[in-house]
Design a protein around this ligand. Structure first.
Ligand code: ATR
Length: 277
């Protein structure tokens, strides 16, 4: 049996073991996937012990994604762009660091939610790790424009400038929330940590263009406060981040095992479990 785990702190409530067990059953892959609680000051030791014990790969979650980046010997371009790693693969060449968050988001949007990104005006709220993790895959999807807005405007502006070389023909800009007044978007993605504190980013009204989708990277039972506010402000559709969670897992599974699971039935079952919890 090959061993994998998700490492974080806290980690007990992670849904990744359930998701990967479902993928393994579906694809007939013989593997064990568990949680690994690392001490806040002991990430590297925990990873090394897991690897020496025969572990093949790890998912990495809060608060270790930057340390995982530093620990990896080589990185995929999307991990390099994000400066953060959520997937480690142990091989003969050392430790590969990947970041599957952005690909998971793009796949959830374009495949599960039928929201094509080509030519769209995208607004990304927040300028922390969650935003950095998805910027390159979003830009690779050829939107017309990508605006990063953040409570601390300077962070959004700096991040936008860093990604302009990756933008192709897309217009990329950064600003504070107030400067969004009068602008309209086809897709608004909440990547701030505001929902964790049950707060809302203070957005001006009228951001949603006709048919627009509001997407919250957070998820839970029922709609998040951000999604409720988006509907009240005219968003045509809303979606939470459960699909992104399953799709980033599918991307990691494919990297490790060379087999892409069918995520749709796993997402449907997980949605049922979350709503029943
Ligand atoms: P992560 O790595 O999880 O993205 P982070 O780097 O701490 O976490 O970033 C959190 C993001 O959420 C930041 O963009 C933060 O805005 P600031 O840069 O101004 O701190 C944003 N954020 C957190 N709480 C918020 C709130 N109540 N309203 C709006 N934005 C918030």
């Amino acid at each position: 049996m090959d061993h994998y785990a998700v490492v974080g702190n806290p980690i007990a409530h992670s849904k990744s073991p359930w998701i990967h067990a479902a993928f393994a059953r579906q694809t007939g892959q013989a593997l064990v996937y568990q949680t690994l609680l690392a001490p806040l000051d002991g990430f590297e030791q925990s990873v090394t012990a897991f690897r020496i014990g025969g572990g093949r790969g790890l998912n990495v979650t809060v608060p270790f994604k930057l340390e995982a980046f530093a620990l990896a010997n080589h990185h995929t371009p999307r991990a390099e762009a994000a400066g953060a790693v959520n997937t480690l693969a142990f091989g003969p060449d050392g430790i590969l660091g990947d970041n599957t968050d952005g690909a998971g988001l793009v796949r959830d949007l374009s495949f599960n939610l039928h929201c094509p990104l080509v030519g769209r005006r995208i607004l990304l709220l927040g300028a922390g790790g969650a935003t950095r993790g998805v910027l390159l895959p979003l830009l690779t999807s050829l939107p017309a424009s990508l605006t990063i807005a953040n409570r601390t405007a300077s962070k959004a502006i700096a991040l936008a400038e860093r990604f302009i070389p990756h933008a192709g023909r897309a217009r990329v800009d950064g600003c504070g929330f107030e400067e969004l007044a009068g602008r309209r978007f086809d897709l608004v993605i909440n990547a701030t940590a505001a929902s964790l504190a049950d707060e809302l980013p203070p957005l001006p009204p009228g951001l949603y263009a006709e048919g627009a989708l509001a997407y919250d990277m957070m998820y839970g039972r029922g709609q998040t406060p951000f999604l409720r506010a988006a509907l009240a402000d005219g968003a045509a559709r809303v979606a939470d981040g459960l699909g992104m969670l399953v799709e980033q897992a599918a991307e990691s599974f494919a990297l490790w095992r060379g087999v892409r699971p069918d995520s749709a039935p796993v997402l449907a079952e997980l949605r049922r479990l979350v709503e029943a919890s």
